[in-house]
Design a protein around this ligand. Structure first.
Ligand code: HEC
Ligand code: HEC
Length: 410
């Protein structure tokens, strides 16, 4: 009888990159083994004309059926292309940051995601739950066979404008749109496309950039332009860590120590690997759930909402880590304000757990995520305060700037 298990690696594991600090590997070699590439290798070519008009479309509230929000309302420079809030506030919101939080408005029950590297080579899984996924054969999305494009970023850009509370007012007259049927979404797309086509500033530029008559502009041309802008403006550029790995740049002692932990003992690179510091797969990290939750009553089942597989409950897409220091609060529900505590939650969830702030169902959800987390490579590791500081320092070496500033417009 053989005692060797031929059951294969557990489902989370793609290759598991760890450096052996006694073998002189260092984080330079580990990063290469873990799939870091020069930024240019992630770039997808885009048309400069589509990028220019895409920027204007990204900035304007004309993209919202009710002229309430622009993409730039929630994806702001100041917060690393997020909104600086735990969960996003859409229609009927005002201002930015804390004043937006205090002023009310419709809540989107998830933390806004930033754009660094989105739509680069191989970056083809979108949103916290991966509900737009081009990583396999064919594209999976709520559009089914009627997907407007085979480019997952273009499909992802189709979702915000038809989301009640995000870019459509949560009022009785709009409820019939909420069925989220393709038919009602199409009516929103047609209205916005006509509005943009007839706009004297936007229509002619989009028509000529997309190579269509102004009268033939459809939502697909708008989405392609915005996707081109996101791809270009937030494309990965050299960070201090790239320069260290590829060009003999320097890191501080703290950053080096953090890098060794990241690729070594702390096991971060088991999931945060590759050119984007993400496997673009789904895992459970026991962050506590804050707020109303995507599924209501303080619950967010995450990936389960897409696959309906009970094993996927409380799993979320591994977030890429570029500019992480700018994109707080952290986690899918924005329950953690500080980068160090967001890392701590991976290894010592009870240390950041506030039982008295959670409802009974939220605690049950937490226990469920602990069960899945216990099988993830990051559980069972102790990281001291000093080590957590090193990891924060390392993440700060993954910063770069976007190409152009964005500004919300009417
Ligand atoms: C009300 C705030 C709000 C507005 C307005 C908004 N977004 Fe977002 N955006 C979010 C939130 C919140 C998420 C995360 C949602 C999720 O994953 O369930 C997100 C996620 C995304 C993602 C996925 C990024 C990733 O890492 O997978 C893309 C792409 C995106 N938004 C594009 C846009 C575009 C384009 C517009 C304008 C047409 C827009 N957003 C308008 C809040 C907003
Ligand atoms: C088992 C896979 C896995 C490992 C290993 C892992 N992470 Fe994560 N990480 C995730 C997932 C999944 C999330 C998002 C979970 C959520 O929001 O519910 C996350 C979230 C984060 C965030 C918050 C990002 C944001 O934008 O909200 C940071 C920062 C982070 N991880 C850093 C690290 C560091 C540093 C390590 C090593 C100590 C590490 N991670 C190890 C999967 C992993």
């Amino acid at each position: 009888m053989s005692l060797v298990c031929h059951c294969g690696p557990p489902s989370w594991s793609k290759p598991y990159f760890k450096v052996d600090p006694f073998n002189g590997g260092g984080s330079r070699n580990a990063a290469l083994a873990a799939g870091l590439v020069r930024p240019q290798e992630t770039h997808v070519e885009v048309s400069p004309d589509l990028v220019s008009i895409g920027k204007l479309l990204f900035q304007t509230k004309k993209m919202s059926l009710d002229h309430e929000t622009a993409c730039a309302t929630c994806h702001r420079d100041r917060f690393g292309s997020t909104d600086g809030l735990p969960v996003a506030i859409g229609t009927e919101g005002h201002g930015e940051g804390i004043s937006r939080l205090l002023d009310g408005g419709d809540i989107i029950p998830r933390n806004a995601l930033p754009f660094w590297g989105r739509g680069g080579v191989g970056f083809d899984v979108f949103f916290w739950d991966g509900r737009v996924d081009g990583s396999g054969n064919g594209l999976i999305s709520q559009f089914g066979d009627a997907a407007p494009s085979d480019d997952p970023l273009v499909v992802a850009v189709h979702l915000p404008p038809v989301q009640i509370g995000e870019m459509i007012l949560d009022i009785a007259g709009n409820y019939e749109l909420e069925s989220e049927s393709i038919g009602s979404a199409q009516r929103v797309y047609d209205t916005i496309a006509r509005r943009i086509a007839e706009d004297p500033a936007l229509g002619p530029s989009l028509g000529s950039a997309a190579g269509v008559e102004q009268a033939d502009i459809g939502f697909i041309h708008i989405a392609q332009a915005i996707a081109s802008f996101i791809r270009f403006n937030f494309r990965i550029k050299d960070t201090r860590f790239h320069r260290f790995v590829f060009d003999d740049g320097e890191l501080t002692d703290d950053e080096r120590a953090g890098g060794l932990l990241f690729y070594g003992k702390a096991g971060c690179s088991a999931c945060h690997y590759g050119p984007y510091f993400s496997d673009l797969r789904f895992h459970a990290i026991p962050f506590t759930q804050a707020g109303f939750g995507f599924n209501g009553f303080g619950i967010d089942y995450g990936r389960f909402n897409v696959t309906m597989d009970p094993d996927d409950r409380q799993k979320f897409r591994t977030p890429p880590l570029y500019n992480a220091a700018k994109t707080g609060p952290y986690s899918h529900s924005g329950s953690i304000g500080n980068l160090k505590e967001a890392i701590r939650a991976h290894v010592d969830p009870l240390a950041v757990y506030k039982a008295d702030l959670l409802t009974g169902p939220q605690r049950v959800q937490f226990y469920e995520s602990l069960r899945t987390w216990a099988r993830e490579p990051v559980s069972g590791t102790y990281l001291s305060d000093h080590e957590l500081d090193g990891l924060v320092a390392f993440l700060r070496a993954l910063e770069y700037e976007s190409d152009q500033p964005v500004q919300e417009t009417e």
